[in-house]
Design a protein around this ligand. Structure first.
Ligand SMILES: CC(C)(COP(=O)(O)OP(=O)(O)OC[C@H]1O[C@@H](n2cnc3c(N)ncnc32)[C@H](O)[C@@H]1OP(=O)(O)O)[C@@H](O)C(=O)NCCC(=O)NCCS
Length: 344
């Protein structure tokens, strides 16, 4: 179905952020689990993101009101040894009273055209395999590439924390410190080296890490902890707090993002970091902790399960290849989780 001439197609213009953000909340608010967004969040997530391209924001407007939008941003990913330039589709939204009129389809077509114009290797997005949007993406040539698992742990204030973290920290002779801008370069080196072990990752620049870890303060609180032993960074992890609306209830949730250890499978460092993030989350009154990992992350899933996390839901990363590449071998490995695309 092609939208009628009542609808005007255009890209982002300064001043649109309020309407686009309200549209996101109205559309995603219809899902049983959703993360409401503030205007500050939208500004940080898109306008302040390094490399933001206003031409990647596709809008349909009716009588001056934004009624549908799709956002395409860009990132590199290494899949099966090949570095690919990907467009990432996010926030596919239509005002609920206008669902089924072909608006999102029109904007998806525009975002595919734009990716072709930019000679990207492909487009990717994250979707609920049970949601109706999944079928739309299949129709446009996206295929299921990788499953991601949502692991949660309920945080009860009375329950003792994971392990005896204070004594454990002393045992290892290391220290936990909050990451500051001064050690961002050193952190970036260790972070990138650790994540290079994962598929679908491409090293993140200092500008991106700075944006993600230090510039989101107004939009939503976050803190990154690093663990040092003999001066060396042995690992780290980020805690962000978001209100998630799940089946009508607001749940103050601790997102445990980008945990890593510099040595592979270093369970004792991982546990020190996890304990610290959970301890902080509890102090901040979170009732749930959430961590997202892909399928085939066997070490990570066992680690989470042994620390009281359970798998509760799945998302699918879909890919529409626009150049010749084969991710079938890569799909057998553990993939990097880009939290900002998966949890908004
Ligand atoms: C997903 C969404 C953007 C679709 O927007 P839309 O403008 O209605 O999409 P279209 O009209 O182009 O519809 C595309 C297809 O989806 C179908 N569809 C749309 N709404 C539907 C619904 N509520 N239930 C089942 N199918 C639906 C249409 O019938 C159409 O199918 P067809 O191509 O076989 O005819 C919209 O439902 C929405 O905003 N949902 C909430 C946000 C969300 O979950 N986004 C996707 C995140 S991955």
């Amino acid at each position: 179905m092609v939208p009628s001439s009542d609808y005007k197609l255009r890209n982002y213009q300064p001043g649109d952020e309020f309407q686009i953000n309200s549209l996101f909340n109205a559309a995603f608010g219809r899902n049983s689990v959703f993360t409401p967004r503030s205007l500050d969040f939208w500004v940080w997530r898109y306008l302040e993101m390094p490399g933001f391209d206003p031409k990647g924001v596709f809008i349909l407007e009716k009588g001056g009101r934004i009624v549908s939008s799709v956002i395409e941003t860009f990132r590199k990913a290494k899949l099966g040894g090949e570095v690919l330039n990907l467009g990432v589709i996010d926030d596919v939204s239509t005002q609920p009273e206008l669902w089924g009129k072909g608006l999102a389809s029109k904007l998806l077509e525009e975002s595919i055209k734009y990716a072709e114009q930019k000679s990207l290797d492909g487009l990717t997005l994250y979707a609920d395999p049970e949601g109706h949007a999944h079928k739309i993406y299949l129709k446009y040539g996206f295929v299921d590439a990788k499953t991601f698992h949502f692991y949660i742990k309920t945080l009860s204030q009375d329950e003792p924390l994971v392990g005896e973290e204070e004594s454990e920290r002393k045992h290892n002779g290391g220290v936990l410190k909050l990451l500051t801008k001064e050690n961002l370069k050193e952190y970036a080196e260790k972070f990138n080296k650790a994540y290079t072990r994962m598929e679908a990752f491409y090293p993140l620049g200092i500008d991106v890490l700075n944006w993600r870890l230090f510039e989101s303060e107004k939009a939503f609180p976050s803190q990154t902890w690093i663990f040092r032993s003999k001066q060396e960074i042995m690992g780290g992890g980020t805690l962000r707090i978001r209100e998630i609306v799940a089946f009508g209830s607001n749940v103050k949730t601790a997102l445990l993002e980008y945990m890593f250890t510099t040595k592979p499978k270093d369970t004792s460092t991982a546990k020190i970091i996890l304990s610290k993030l959970l301890e902080e989350a509890k102090m901040k009154g979170c009732s749930m902790a959430l961590c997202i990992i892909s399928s085939n992350c066997d070490f990570e899933s066992k680690f989470l399960e042994s620390n009281g996390f359970s798998k509760v839901a799945e998302d699918i990363q879909m890919i529409k290849p626009l150049s010749k590449f084969d991710f079938s071998q890569s799909a057998k490995h553990c993939w990097y989780t880009p939290y900002e695309h998966m949890i908004g």
